[in-house]
Design a protein around this ligand. Structure first.
Ligand code: ATR
Length: 264
């Protein structure tokens, strides 16, 4: 039986095993998918297990999406551009790092039937997921991207990777059409300390967080009359792309899947 896993720290919250094991069963694939909590100094050894075929592949989540890179043989174009890997495969005995968060985000936005082309985007947070979102937004032809992060230097550093972004002070709101929460604020019911009271009702509020399904950030966006969405479909579609890479099968994304991941 083939083995797959998601690695991260913490990892308990991860819904990847539920999703992948459902699809494995549905497609009669003789494999299991586990979640494994690692410390930074265990990554090398773990990835070696894929090389030795003790494991068939893995997903990578916070905080290891960058730290796995030195142990891989090759990166896909997207993984290299974002310096972020969330899926590892073994191909012709080479360990290859992919980034399926990018397509995950693109497909999630597409499913909203929201025209993001030529829109002004404001991203809160400059952590692990932000490069993938910027890369996807650039592919989708947005007109402006502004980033704000509590630790400003981290946002400034992203300019080395993405020349077209601007950075604004944490706490300030530029003009925007779409605001994206890519911070971890909201995972534990925190509010984001920004004054949205002057925001009109024609925006899109998008939260990468999907558990809870409606963070305070999304609640506020909704109360003001804006369109809102959480990161559930982004999560599902990044898993869909990883599944495709490992098994060459496109799994089903339907109501059953959405229900399977119902978490609050
Ligand atoms: P990492 O920063 O290790 O990549 P992450 O979970 O990918 O971790 O990102 C966390 C994001 O949430 C960061 O943008 C972080 O801001 P800092 O770079 O300043 O740490 C943001 N964040 C977390 N707690 C926050 C808080 N209390 N206020 C504002 N931003 C916060």
């Amino acid at each position: 039986m083939k083995k797959y896993a998601v690695i991260g720290n913490p990892i308990n919250h991860s819904l990847s095993p539920i999703l992948h094991n459902h699809w494995l069963k549905e497609n009669n694939i003789n494999a299991i998918y586990d979640k494994i909590k690692l410390e930074e100094n265990q990554i090398k050894n773990f990835i070696n297990k894929i090389k030795k075929k003790e494991l068939a592949g893995c997903n990578v989540t916070v905080p290891f999406k960058k730290s796995v890179i030195p142990f891989l043989d090759e990166l896909s174009f997207e993984a290299n551009q974002t310096q972020s890997v969330n899926t590892i495969i073994l191909k012709d005995d080479l360990l290859i790092g992919h980034n399926t968060d990018i397509v995950g985000f693109q497909k999630a936005i597409k499913s909203l039937k929201y025209t993001i082309k030529d829109k002004r985007i404001f991203i809160l947070g400059a952590g692990g997921v932000t490069p993938s979102i910027i890369f996807a937004l650039n592919k989708m032809g947005v007109s402006e991207i502004t980033i704000s992060n509590r630790t400003k230097e981290k946002a400034e550093k992203l300019k080395e990777q993405f020349q077209n972004i601007s950075v604004t002070e944490w706490g300030k709101l530029p003009d925007f059409d779409v605001i994206i929460n890519a911070t971890s604020l909201g995972l534990n019911n925190e509010t984001i300390n920004l004054d949205f009271s002057n925001i009109k009702d024609d925006k899109l509020f998008y939260d990468v967080i999907y558990n809870p399904s409606e963070t305070n950030f999304l609640k506020e966006g909704r109360k003001l009359g804006n369109k809102i969405d959480n990161g559930k479909l982004m999560f599902i579609y990044q898993a869909f792309e990883a599944f495709k890479l490992w098994h060459m099968i496109e799994p089903q994304v339907n109501n059953e899947i959405l229900k399977l991941l119902k978490n609050d």
